[in-house]
Design a protein around this ligand. Structure first.
Ligand SMILES: [Fe+2]
Length: 254
């Protein structure tokens, strides 16, 4: 069995900023990290699906990395619309998985039996997602190199329309989503797409692939949870059982 824990939308702020929201957001992430480390069996890897920081500052990524390195297992990051590619790359490049010859933060790693692929869906200066031909071509190439492994994509913006949301489409145009969906159809080894951005849970089918979003670790930005859970961080665990497929579960942190 291969297990991936997913956290998202931590929106971390440096305490030095003086923002009253900063200490709790740090505490919520620290509690998630402790909880993940206590899991038995423990995850093979942890993914962060973006909006790691609130302002995209160097100090926020230093803080985030300091907390995430407490994890007992490897962790992988992808940018969200609040993030700065430049600052994120600067702080996390020492972990060795970013491509050095691309301005985008896309890469692939093997985690147990899973081929895990990070997709950079950020459009600088906009909160909407984008996937240019450069990134789509790069994704197609990474997938073509490993056609027989169960494959998971992780990215910030959900590539499906959330019809109950006030902003159903999180990409600049349907054309982008269509091109992305065409790639999914060409690579049936992709079985899951794990996303953030929505700050709540959604799940949808996209070209026979299951795509889902998770609630934000930043509880003050989380949507549609009862007030009684205002101090309970939530994340998800995705387990691949050989011969049975994925099981995803929501984890409530005590
Ligand atoms: Fe966010």
């Amino acid at each position: 069995m291969t297990i991936i824990a997913q956290i998202s939308d931590t929106h971390l702020m440096d305490v030095e900023s003086g923002d009253v929201r900063a200490p709790k957001r740090i505490e919520w992430l620290r509690r998630c990290v402790r909880d993940i480390n206590r899991l038995d069996p423990g995850p093979d890897a942890v993914i962060h699906t973006g909006d790691m920081s609130q302002h995209g500052s160097h100090a926020e990524y230093i803080l985030a990395r300091e907390i995430l390195t407490e994890l007992n297992m490897p962790f992988y990051v992808t940018p969200g619309n609040r993030d700065s590619r430049t600052a994120l790359r600067k702080v996390f490049s020492q972990d060795g998985y970013f491509q050095s010859d691309s301005k985008f933060l896309q890469y692939a790693v093997d985690v147990g039996t899973i081929y895990l692929v990070a997709v950079d869906s950020v459009c600088e200066g906009s909160r909407m997602g984008e996937l240019c031909d450069n990134r789509l071509g790069d994704l197609d190439k990474m997938l073509s190199g490993k056609p027989n492994s169960p494959t998971v994509l992780f990215m910030h913006h959900p590539p499906f329309e959330v019809l109950t949301s006030s902003e159903p489409l999180q990409f600049g145009s349907r054309d982008i989503v269509q091109k992305f969906t065409d790639i999914l159809r060409r690579h049936p080894q992709i079985t899951q797409i794990f996303c953030g951005h929505a700050h709540r849970s959604f799940m949808s089918d996209l070209a026979d692939t299951r795509a889902l979003t998770v609630p934000s670790i930043a509880i003050d930005l989380r949507l549609d949870f009862p007030e009684t859970m205002d101090d309970t961080p939530v994340y998800q665990i995705h387990s691949l059982y050989p011969g049975h497929g994925f099981v995803s579960e929501t984890r409530f942190v005590a």
